[in-house]
Design a binder for this molecule. Structure first.
Ligand SMILES: Nc1ncnc2c1ncn2[C@@H]1O[C@H](COP(=O)(O)OP(=O)(O)OP(=O)(O)O)[C@@H](O)[C@H]1O
Ligand SMILES: [Mg+2]
Length: 248
């Protein structure tokens, strides 16, 4: 059975001038347990919107999202919150860390909804996870005192701390240098395989995409499978065409 599945999913919004913006069109996508999928696509192509639907943070305009065979649209809010909290780890493009709270408090936060040992030992579990992302010396620092790459690693530690069945990562290496990015992706891969979790990664980086087993490209809201070579060429060309003068 699939872990999460989208069937005939569309997403559109009404803009202030009353025109309709079609963000996603006719998306069919099945993610199995332990699957490893990458999604590439230009800025504005709908990648984060798609990830929010996979993570059950947003609902589609049409079509169905199901988790382990259950239609998400028919679940009550409390069940949905529990399901997400227990099973989904998000690495958001903008990190979404709590300001004024230490790295340790940020990473322990998802465990405050857990039961038993996970709850009682939450500080130790969070500290271990921060150690794995190389931040054991920054446990007490709030996000505003951390660099972009350090904040990204805190966000990754927070996403992984409950060993979710589904890890959704939106540009997880976007703020990192090549070496740190490689180390962080290895960590994401390791933890995903330890817990047999599925990992869906949105990325502009072909080396990150290359770690996945299946590759997709999102273009103007349409999702299509791609061979990596093609994804590489299109992304590289797209990046060059899109880069403003003087950049790179
Ligand atoms: N709630 C909304 N209301 C209006 N427009 C929206 C809304 N959410 C997303 N959009 C638009 O939908 C398109 C897709 O947005 P999305 O954030 O999914 O793109 P993306 O592929 O993640 O881009 P990036 O690579 O820049 O992060 C964009 O043009 C965005 O402006
Ligand atoms: Mg995005």
């Amino acid at each position: 059975m699939s872990l999460v599945a989208l069937e005939g999913v569309t997403k559109h919004v009404l803009l202030p001038d009353d025109t309709r913006l079609d963000i996603l069109r006719g998306i069919d996508l099945e993610i199995g347990a332990g699957d490893h999928v990458s999604i590439v696509g230009r800025s504005g192509s709908g990648k984060s919107t798609l990830l929010n639907l996979l993570g059950m943070l947003d609902s589609p305009s049409e079509g169905t999202v199901s988790f382990r065979g259950d239609a998400v649209g028919r679940m009550g809010q409390a069940k949905l919150d529990r399901l997400r909290g227990r099973n989904v780890g998000y690495v958001f493009q903008q990190f979404n860390l709590l300001p004024g709270r230490s790295a340790l408090e940020n990473v322990a936060m998802p465990l405050s909804y857990a039961k038993g040992r996970e709850f009682w030992a939450r500080k130790t579990i969070a500290a271990d996870m921060l150690d794995r992302v190389g931040l054991s010396h920054r446990l007490e620092s709030p996000p505003e005192q951390l660099s972009g790459g350090e904040q990204q690693r805190v966000a990754i530690a927070r996403a992984l701390v409950r060993r979710p069945a589904l890890i959704l990562a939106d540009e997880p290496t976007g703020a990192l240098d090549v070496e740190t990015g490689g180390a962080v992706m290895t960590l994401l891969d390791d933890i995903a395989s330890e817990a047999e979790a599925a990992l869906v990664t949105i990325t502009h980086d072909v080396h990150v995409a290359a770690r996945a087993r299946r590759h997709y490209r999102l273009e103007a809201g349409v999702l299509a499978p791609v061979e990596l070579d093609l994804a590489f060429r299109e992304t590289a060309l797209g990046a060059i065409a899109e880069a403003p003068a003087g950049v790179q």
